[in-house]
Design a protein around this ligand. Sequence first.
Ligand code: NAD
Length: 696
Amino acid sequence: MVTPTLPARTLTIDGEIGILAVSYPPVNALSQVMREAIVEGMREANANPAIKAVVLICEGRTFVAGADITEFGKPPQTPSLRDAQDQIEGAGKPVIAAIHGTALGGGLEVALCCHYRVAVPGAKCGLPEILLGLLPGAGGTQRLPRIVGVEKALDMILNGSHVPATQCLAMGLVDELVPEGELRAGAIAFARKVLAEGRPLRKVRDTDDKLIAARGHPEIFAQVRKANARKFRGFPAPEANIQCIEAAVNGSFDEGLATERKLFMELVAGTPSIAQRYAFFAERKAAKIPDVPDDTPIVKVAKVGIIGAGTMGGGIAMNFANVGIPVILVETQQAALDRGLALVRKNYENSAKRGRFTTEQVEQRMGLLTGSLEMEALADCDLVIEAVFENMAVKKEIFGTLDRICKPGAVLATNTSALDVNEIATAATSRPEAVVGMHFFSPANVMKLLEVVRGTKTSNTALATAMHIGKKVGKVAAVSGVCPGFIGNRILAARGAQAQMMVMEGAMPWDIDQVLYDFGMPMGPFAMSDLAGLDIGWSKDTSKSATVREVLCEMDRRGQKTGAGYYDYEVVDGTRTAQPSEVTRKLILDFMAKQGKVARAVSKDEILERCTYAMVNEGAKILEEGIAVRASDIDVVWINGYGWPVYRGGPMFYADTVGLDTVVAKLKAYGDRMGPGFTLSPLLERLAAEGKTFTR
Ligand code: NAD
């Protein structure tokens, strides 16, 4: 660990303006030492009668980018942020915040205590605390609505968005923009103007003109709650943030601050925020691979080849076009290529319609995509990603060709969901070190997760390149070793097995789905199957009516796409809604009767425990086999690829909150019900016996 150096604090004087410059690399986080620098610097500036106005500016690449979140949950150290803010706000002379880079969280809360704010056009401001399950706890919820109004404050705080300086200017959060690269001079000039015009010491806390419109209108808040109910489901922070802004509207500044303090303390001590902060660090940790040094050379990816322009290939291509990397898509048939490119165009155009980017940007991106029916077109690609049918023979043939035609040093990746990457690498190529799995999730242009699959022969360079490019295209990348299903789908299979068994014990698919939905998952396994299609891996010719799923497929109930699957689908008010199906129920009961099984009541607790604890047990096996490097990587996979609620921190973190001894005791108590193939993970058992955890 790097020992933090004391922040540099310099107070220089330019005529009648004092310039307090503080610096605490890398992001000027508001650690104790930084707070002290501000407090001491402001004291000095206040005490100097020659200084008539103060510019508060940060050295380095940014203004204060936020709190030091490693201090959260630890005993508070003085001076507090409040002390620093009081020094600024209570100064007897105007203080001007000079903002570049980002002013986020505590950084913006400091700037809000200044009497004026100037920024360069490239700067961004925001209160992103909600993304860590928190609220801006240093007056942000009280000052922001006073300066930008309730509606904009709700929008900014509830989305945690980073708002560009031009928009900040328009909403009054910033008083003036100064040219890029001239922040210091611009801020000094602005300070002189404030003095020359005799502008008042504007304390945001003392204003309420922007709040008045919302007073006596609780429906404003009710509407926000309603509109975001789905997005906020399970998270306590959004409601707490809304209550703070309501308090700003309906009471005095000090009452509002008291509400903010109380709710902040509740959130910061609660499991959801602890889990969200854990997940934040887990994502960063996942990028580090213990035996791959940080300075491992990587391949510069200037051109990407993708084989297969189907569901995955098109979506994967979009990721690269989005960041300006040209892509060549290879298909076997012109029609398939045209279909793939047309779908990509449609996706982009839909985004443009929603205002996400301009039509020129659609064309720019489309201009980066070219198609070919010749594998030879991939010869000069730095990275090739294969996304053809999930069939080992087809993949081997493709990798054999790639081996022949691709330039030396190219990284050859497969998007396989479950096939053996080692077999593809060694049996089909003479350069297994170049082969790596890059497992994107569907829809590949949307889903955050990238599982990077490390074969036994994968070189550090191929691995580091896959991780690096994943990050570049905005994915959260985590490394998995080779095993059936890798980390994510292997755990999914463990959960699916329990779900299937419980259906044969008396729980209906919708009962199971409901429990997992209530737990916070976006949907349960049966709704997920209906969405993906029950016929993945099913064939009419080999179907033997051996399982409920097979019979459903034979009945052409192949999921949402055929209008029925485990569920019946009805269109209500233009949206497709799933309804429990009598057909499925009868089918299940018939299967049970044939197998001589009698339905019993399966409790909600049993559904939840068997599903989630089986996942934990599989995760533990994945850890002890070395498939995952660390427990937190498993959590990263499940949060970003499968919608595990981040406020529960992923399956491994969740197991720790439940207590591993409880997990083991329950799994033992369910005994035979867990199924004939089920075995307890020795690692899980040992950690439980030793009173240890996976993630703490
Ligand atoms: P898909 O059937 O939609 O697309 C496959 C495409 O590959 C088709 O357009 C086909 O014409 C083309 N193709 C087949 N053989 C080819 C060849 N020799 N040369 C060039 N093109 C060829 O399949 P998909 O859903 O996109 O899946 C692709 C891969 O991604 C599979 O390995 C799958 O397991 C994996 N995957 C799929 C998902 C998913 O949810 N669909 C998720 C993750 C990974």
